[in-house]
Ligand binder design. Structure first.
Ligand code: ADP
Ligand code: MG
Length: 693
């Protein structure tokens, strides 16, 4: 009875608080509406809307992306072509030369302290009638000492003050300029305004954060660097805190969501492991145990297995499927390509040959009649394990009791595809496998809502792949090295230049290379080609022959990149390797070095030796992706999970990593504190409902 009462009271309290919240959120007079801003016409308004800015608060959160700091240069210290910012007086009437219709040049003499300099500026002839002799200006540009000239990029009509001037610069969308943005902001801030501060009080106190309103004023109109720094810190923290809070909240919720509770005995799993053709590595074993615990618990598994190419993730997933089978449920394994699906299928048949488990392969290429049968048997539960491509998630597929969903090379799938498969069961356990090790920064954010297992050690007896770089001129050496391997009875992959725009050129590249290789090796060895234009069956035939060593040299586009496993292949030659990201090259290279044999990777490139050389020094995928990330940014790493959530307005996951870590820790602690229960604002933020309807 008393529990009921207290719940009831809490509810009432909740609604009261909501009321407060609504009032709080309704700025009333405390903030100007966009349409009240002087000079903000309907056209700009509609452009702002397109940018997602539909009220003053959002305009306040439209942050500068960088700052120009105007500080007087010490001319004595400058070298040829250094950047210069200097103030002084105009000495001569500017002369304008019209070089052609699109180009004009203006010259004048300029005095700064006790020096006379020449100033040149292009395409600013319209300034001529403002540049009178004797007036004070600031010139920004490049200093050409040899010609005693400043090649100016900008002229400002004022003298520099002794404190550096800080100018915010905003991204320009739909032609809206920094000047416009600043004038609107000035108007909004001209009266007292109030914004919602999401950072909890105790955290504000902990870090002595300045007031949000003050911080916004300084971010848009900075007066000095110290305060600007504090302001940026607080804004970044707020953004990252909210992000991590949401991530952690979702993770906690997922943990609460009920999945299938199983009663598998680990001894049975161990017996199965005994039958495998090799001993599992320590990391493989501990990952299997983590999965075992997840499967036996009633919470839904949501686990990512990260491990370098060749670290042996596949067998771990087979163990998971075996456990799921023991408890009577169906498993689905989804692979990104037909080749890979087929390969998994064959391995499954092999590994489970002594068990009486019905395994099927379902891809886009499965024949209609066979497909129907598979659908039938998935629905009636006869099939226990199904492997396939995204055909597995087509609408027609119904499962009898899907208990485990595994996606291999998960970074290749879009978020939605994965989601779909997930929805096929009641609440099946989910296992993701990824061979793209993700830098810690990203793992935290991208996979913040998952548990992760890492397989860091390679199976015993593996030798790291020896990687070398060769130029196109050294092709003879390359052919010689290939011959050395072929002579030992080993096989070689050759990766044709990558041309993304056109599959047709892809094909030609493969064909040309095939011819060349035929000239060099055709008499002694068989050569096969693999490219995107081939049908699934054609690809399969070639892959099959390579697997059986009927083909010794496989020329391919990057189709082989994911997962393909031919242990006897000991060399990979990659043409135009500078076109690939380091992680992609590392993935490709992972196709060799899959046995006790010493393997080699030859990167052919005339450019970017330095970047590529990282691959010659390390085979640690985590390190390589870190480096890729540093050099190319996140965009190239994966086309995944870049949901709107991750677009920060001011924070930068890479640069602000230390703030991110703090925000992560703080948000975890806060979530488990009583304060969170009572923080209606943050709860609303997490629900994504800012309006109450
Ligand atoms: P990936 O993690 O890239 O998916 P795979 O699962 O394809 O790697 O494993 C690569 C190769 O290593 C396969 O041929 C597999 O049979 C083999 N392998 C996996 N685990 C072990 C182990 N513990 N000992 C020896 N070989 C192993
Ligand atoms: Mg794999």
């Amino acid at each position: 009875m008393s529990t009921f009462f207290s719940v009831f009271c809490r509810k009432i309290l909740f609604y009261l608080e909501l009321e407060n919240y609504v009032q709080y959120n309704d700025y009333g007079d405390s903030m100007k509406e966009l349409k009240e801003i002087k000079g903000l016409g309907p056209k700009t308004m509609s452009n702002l809307m397109k940018m997602g800015i539909d009220n003053s608060e959002k305009l306040l959160m439209f942050y500068p992306f960088r700052y120009n700091i105007l500080k007087r240069s010490n001319i004595e210290e400058l070298k040829q072509d250094d950047k210069i910012i200097i103030d002084g007086f105009i000495e001569t009437v500017p002369t304008v030369y019209h070089i052609n219709r699109k180009l004009n040049k203006m010259n004048f003499r300029f005095r700064t302290s006790n020096r006379l300099l020449q100033v040149v500026i292009f395409n600013r002839s319209f300034l001529k009638n403002k540049l009178f002799v004797g007036i004070a200006i600031t010139v920004i540009g490049k200093y050409d000492i040899k010609h005693n000239t400043i090649v100016a990029s900008d002229i400002q009509f004022e003298i520099l003050s002794d404190v550096p001037k800080i100018e915010p610069v905003y991204h320009s969308y739909y032609g809206i300029t920094t000047k416009q943005i600043q004038s609107y902001l000035k108007e909004i801030m001209s009266e007292s305004f109030e914004v919602i501060d999401y950072i909890p009080k105790e955290i504000i106190e902990k870090y002595h954060f300045i007031e949000k309103e003050t911080s916004l004023k300084n971010i848009h109109f900075p007066s000095n660097i110290q305060v600007l720094k504090l302001s940026l810190l607080r804004a970044k923290y707020e953004e990252l805190f909210l992000f991590m809070l949401k991530m952690n909240y979702l993770k906690n919720e997922k943990k609460k969501s009920k999945g299938i509770k199983r009663n598998i005995l680990f001894t049975e799993v161990e017996q199965f492991i005994q039958t495998l053709p090799f001993k599992l590595t320590e990391d493989q074993m501990s990952t299997v145990k983590e999965i075992y615990i997840d499967l036996n618990s009633e919470k839904q598994m949501n686990r990512l297995v990260q491990g370098d190419v060749g670290s042996g993730k596949t067998i771990v997933s087979f163990c998971a499927m075996y456990m799921n089978y023991l408890s009577g449920y169906q498993s689905a394994l989804m692979a990104p390509t037909e080749i890979l699906a087929k390969q998994h299928y064959n391995k499954l048949l092999d590994i489970f040959k002594d068990e009486n488990i019905e395994v099927s392969l379902l891809t886009g290429k499965t024949k209609v009649k066979e497909k129907k049968e598979i659908y039938e048997n998935l629905k009636n539960g006869k099939i226990k394990i199904v492997v396939g491509t995204h055909a597995l998630i087509s609408e027609a597929v119904e499962y009898y009791n899907l208990g485990l969903v595994i996606t291999d090379e998960q970074h290749r799938f879009g978020v939605n595809q994965r989601g779909n498969l997930k929805n096929k069961g009641f609440s099946p356990d989910i296992l993701y496998m990824s061979a793209t090790p993700i830098p810690r920064t990203y793992a935290l954010t991208i996979y913040g809502d998952m548990d992760t297992s890492s397989i860091r050690t390679m199976p015993n007896g593996r030798l790291p792949v020896i990687t070398i770089i060769k130029t196109n001129n050294e092709i003879r050496d390359v052919l010689e090295s290939m011959y050395q391997e072929l002579r030992k009875g080993h096989q070689v992959y050759v990766i044709a230049p990558l041309i993304e725009e056109s599959e047709k050129i892809d094909l030609e590249n493969v064909k040309i290379l095939e011819e060349k290789m035929n000239k060099a090796f055709g008499k002694l060895y068989k050569i096969g080609g693999l490219h995107g234009k081939m049908s699934a069956i054609e690809k399969e035939i070639v892959m099959d022959s390579f697997q059986k060593n009927e083909i010794q040299i496989l020329i391919s586009t990057t189709v082989v990149e994911v997962g393909v496993d031919v242990a006897n292949a000991t060399m990979m030659v990659i043409f135009d390797s500078e076109r690939f990201g380091l992680s992609a090259l590392h993935q490709l290279r992972g196709r060799v070095g899959r046995s006790k044999l010493q393997s080699y990777c030859i990167l052919i490139s005339d450019k970017e030796k330095e970047r590529l050389s990282i691959l010659t020094k390390t085979s640690d995928g985590f390190k390589i992706s870190e480096e890729d990330f540093r050099l190319r940014g996140s965009g190239d790493l994966f086309g995944v999970r870049q949901s709107g959530d991750m677009q920060f307005g001011i924070a930068d996951m890479k640069k602000d990593f230390s703030i991110l870590i703090k925000a992560k820790e703080d948000s975890e602690a806060y979530l488990s504190s009583n304060s969170f229960d009572n923080n209606i604002l943050l709860k609303h933020y997490i629900d994504g409902t800012h309006t109450l309807s």
